[in-house]
Every structure is written in structure tokens, then in C-alpha cells.
Design a protein around this ligand. Structure first.
Ligand code: 5GP
Length: 191
């Protein structure tokens, strides 16, 4: 998606060799007009797949998922980071290792909102090692729901998550795929 790649070139900043900061338009201040274009592009890619629910993870996926949901005319569920134990068995729960914070936390989705009748599109801002996506897929599987695929805004293709998930049969659509990046050279895209 050229518009997105140009925006990353213009406003993204690289920290170290593996963190891209896009705070000014994607995950702190949010450019909603750009999100509209992103939502339209996800619809173009997943149109006709029968998506009836969008699933993301808090916090930075929520804005993109909500705008995308306007194009699919369906609800959004966000997996919540939780300290609470699943005592009454009313939630699906999985563990996710945070790329940016380096720690493992539990995420939950209520059984009320996801079940065997659902066909889910997962949406997230970044794909790096794939832990967030793998956790969300685990929740979909626990619910007995179908997975239409995953729509990712920025995939760091030099990290292993995308290849691994595609090899396991998941349809992953990334709008910008980064081949390499550095503080000196900036960002280079796959195509
Ligand atoms: P993964 O689980 O695939 O390793 O990492 C995905 C999650 O980590 C995303 O939900 C995103 O919030 C965060 N993340 C991973 N890489 C980056 C990055 O380069 N920049 C930012 N801002 N967030 C990232």
C-alpha cells in the first residue's frame, strides 16, 4: 500500500535495529483518514470471505480494528490483558509474550462474544515474532470459530512471525512489509 509506505518513510523513526516508531500517525496520535484507507484496503483483500467478527489485542490494535469494522459491518472484540483467573470458566485465555516490553502476560476474551458460528478476521498494527498473532489464533481455536485470516498494518518481514504463520496455513495480509531497517539507512520495503 503505497500511501502507507510513503507515510512510514516520511514519519516513521527507527530505534536500534528492530523497533519502528510510528507514534505520530498509527499507535499514539492516530491519523483517522489514513485508517480509513487501511480499512478499505483490508476489505479489498478479505471481501467475500464471510467475516462476521474482527479480533484484535489491546491497546494499539483497537483503533485500526474499529475503523476496519466499519467496512466489514461487524463488531470488534479486543483481547484484554488480564490479571484475573478464569475461575468461573467464562473466558478463553492464552499467554502472549510482548515484543516491546519483553514480558509474558495473559489475555482473555469472554466466551459470550466468540463461538463456533464466528468467522474471524484478526487485525493488528505490527507483526514481528508473531506472538500476539499466535495468541489471538489460539483464542479463535479455543472458541471453535473459523479464521478468515490476519490483516496486519506493518510486518517486519526480517523477523520470523509472518513466515512461520504463513507456513502453518494462516492467510496473513500485510499492507507494508519491511525488508530491513536501521537508524542510519531508514526503512527498506520488500516490494
Ligand atoms: P509480535 O508478537 O509479532 O512479536 O509483536 C507484535 C506486537 O508488538 C504488536 O502488537 C505491536 O504492538 C508490538 N510491536 C512489535 N514490533 C513493533 C515495532 O517495531 N514498533 C512498535 N511500535 N510496536 C511493535
Amino acid at each position: 500500500m503505497e500511501l502507507l509506505k510513503n507515510r512510514i518513510r516520511q514519519d516513521g523513526t527507527v530505534k536500534g535495529n528492530d523497533v519502528l516508531k510510528v507514534d505520530s500517525f498509527l499507535n499514539h496520535q492516530m491519523d483517522v483518514a489514513l485508517f480509513d484507507e487501511i480499512g478499505a484496503e483490508f476489505l479489498r483483500r478479505f471481501d467475500g470471505c464471510g467475516v462476521n467478527k474482527i479480533l484484535t489485542i489491546e491497546a494499539s490494535g483497537i483503533g485500526i480494528a474499529c475503523i476496519t469494522a466499519r467496512f466489514f459491518h461487524c463488531p470488534v472484540i479486543f483481547a484484554k490483558k488480564s490479571q484475573t483467573k478464569n475461575i468461573a470458566g467464562e473466558v478463553y485465555t492464552t499467554k502472549v509474550e510482548s515484543f516491546t516490553h519483553g514480558r509474558v502476560y495473559d489475555v482473555i476474551v469472554s466466551k459470550k462474544f466468540l463461538g463456533p458460528g464466528d468467522n474471524v478476521l484478526i487485525i493488528d498494527d505490527f507483526l514481528a515474532n508473531g506472538a500476539a498473532l499466535a495468541g489471538l489464533i489460539d483464542l479463535v481455536n479455543q472458541a471453535g470459530a473459523s479464521l478468515a485470516g490476519a490483516g496486519i498494518v506493518i510486518e517486519k518481514a526480517f523477523q520470523p512471525g509472518g513466515d512461520r504463520l504463513r507456513a502453518s496455513g494462516v492467510r496473513v495480509e500485510s499492507l507494508a512489509r519491511i525488508k530491513s531497517m536501521s537508524e542510519e539507512q531508514g526503512v527498506e520495503f520488500v516490494d
